[in-house]
Write a protein that binds this ligand. Structure first.
Ligand SMILES: Nc1ncnc2c1ncn2[C@@H]1O[C@H](COP(=O)(O)OP(=O)(O)OP(=O)(O)O)[C@@H](O)[C@H]1O
Ligand SMILES: [Mg+2]
Length: 415
């Protein structure tokens, strides 16, 4: 959530000047076009989830009073994070800073570090309306959506101008940290597949709900990992109710993150679940290549992961050229090729030709079942052990949200 910028990825506010001329550069969002409307969601049959109904009352008071979340006072969260100490900092996004804290599981009162339950506290930057709107959208959705592949929102703080969110702590941080930051031990192939499957389950759950939800911000930094590398989607600030009745899409202000956002959505503002599928394809490419969706540090076509990888995805013999060198060749050729083919289908220019998340999930699960990872190794050299990683504290090194001039010009958020 929020507007994070870093050198390769930044969120940008953008609105459509017209349906034909594409996006214009704006710094603020249109309040009437984003944010969820009222939805009712039935329980998803494909997993241990619980959605009864997601209703999105209009006012903050209604949202908060109808939620089953714990309301925290600012003082309680200050105590839980030891006054938002810099050494509690887990990361920074466009929304604000995220701190690690500790609370008692039953009373939810602040405890000493290391005792009770670890939490992640996201503190909204006092920057105005849009951050607050996303905060409320996140509370609205996450207070009512429960699934093993969605991060758990424990509570919130709304006191004066302070807006905070309290989540379960995810010990391995974000996928982004593991794939792109120096230091962390490279994720083995089997773990990459596991993460892709977990994230696919989260998206399939949202898309297959009776009243569909489009996530709109699928990217490596929003995939959080628990101690066993189970993936959970975080950041529901941009989530949007899917089309209803005989509508094929929802028309919205263009929001998301460049490099991940589907080109037809960026060009027209027409949002469908297939926009999330495109973003999933980009993350699959990141998992295969270990490279960011957009990397301004590279030259020419290599700056754009989708463009750069395109010629290699359908060619079994050339695929190794785009594979993450940090895998040291330790991946099943067949499995990698299947994943690359899947990515290529997700990235189809024609949204209708992209597979559904449930189909993608089934293909990935098949790959995992085939146990390709252990049987079909193409070993070039033995893996080099690297220093172990925990959850590294991060400050953003990439720019955040600012208006996005043209699609794909930078990697920032389209917001
Ligand atoms: N529940 C959590 N547990 C552990 N770490 C977390 C949790 N939530 C966020 N973080 C850490 O904080 C970082 C910043 O998160 P945040 O969602 O604010 O920004 P982001 O996802 O990097 O960017 P954006 O604002 O574009 O979503 C994450 O990348 C992650 O490392
Ligand atoms: Mg995030």
């Amino acid at each position: 959530m929020g507007n994070c910028l870093n050198s390769s990825s930044a969120k940008v506010d953008a609105t459509l000047s017209s349906r034909t001329s594409g996006m214009s550069k704006v710094g603020s969002k249109i309040s009437s076009s984003s944010g969820p409307s009222s939805t009712t969601i039935s329980t998803y049959s494909g997993g241990s989830s619980s959605i009864d109904s997601v209703s999105t009352p209009r006012s903050e008071g209604e949202v908060l009073s109808s939620s089953n979340l714990k309301p925290f006072s600012f003082m309680e969260l200050k105590n839980a994070t030891r006054n938002f100490r810099p050494d509690s900092l887990l990361g920074e996004g466009g929304f604000g800073y995220v701190f690690k804290g500790w609370i008692d599981e039953l009373t939810h009162l602040a405890t000493k570090p290391g005792s009770g339950m670890a939490i992640a506290v996201k503190k909204l930057k006092p920057e105005g309306f849009q951050g607050h709107k996303e905060w409320l959208t996140e509370v609205t959705y996450l207070s009512q959506l429960h699934h093993p592949n969605l991060v758990k929102l424990i509570g919130y703080c709304s006191e004066g101008h302070n807006r905070l969110l309290v989540y379960e702590y995810m010990p391995k941080g974000s996928l982004e940290n593991h794939l792109f930051r120096k230091g962390p031990q490279p994720l083995p192939w089997a773990t990459r597949l596991k993460v892709a499957i977990g994230a696919a389950r989260g998206l399939a759950f949202l898309h297959d709900a009776k009243d569909q939800i489009i996530y709109r911000d699928f990217k490596a930094s929003n995939i959080l990992l628990d101690a066993d590398f189970n993936a959970k989607l975080s950041d529901f600030g941009l989530a949007k109710a899917g089309p209803t009745g005989d509508k094929t899409h929802v028309s919205t202000q263009v929001m998301g993150t460049h490099g991940y956002a589907a080109p037809e959505y960026v060009a027209t503002g027409r949002l469908t679940a297939k926009s999330d599928v495109y973003s999933f394809g980009v993350v699959l490419l990141e998992l295969l290549s270990g490279r960011r969706a957009v990397d301004k540090g590279k030259v020419g076509v290599e700056q754009d992961l989708v463009d750069w990888t395109k010629p290699y995805l359908g060619d079994k013999r050339k695929l190794f050229r785009i594979m993450d060198t940090r895998l040291e060749g330790q991946y099943p050729q067949k499995g990698a090729y299947t994943a690359a083919t899947l990515a290529s289908q997700c990235l189809n220019k024609e949204p209708k030709a992209r597979p559904r998340m449930s189909e993608i999930l089934a293909s990935l699960e098949e790959l995992q079942d085939a146990k390709n990872a252990s049987k079909d190794h193409r070993t070039l050299s033995s893996p080099v052990p690297r220093s172990p990683v925990g959850h590294h504290r991060q400050r953003r090194s990439t720019p955040t949200a600012s208006p996005l001039p043209t699609p794909r010009q930078s990697t920032s958020q389209v917001r």
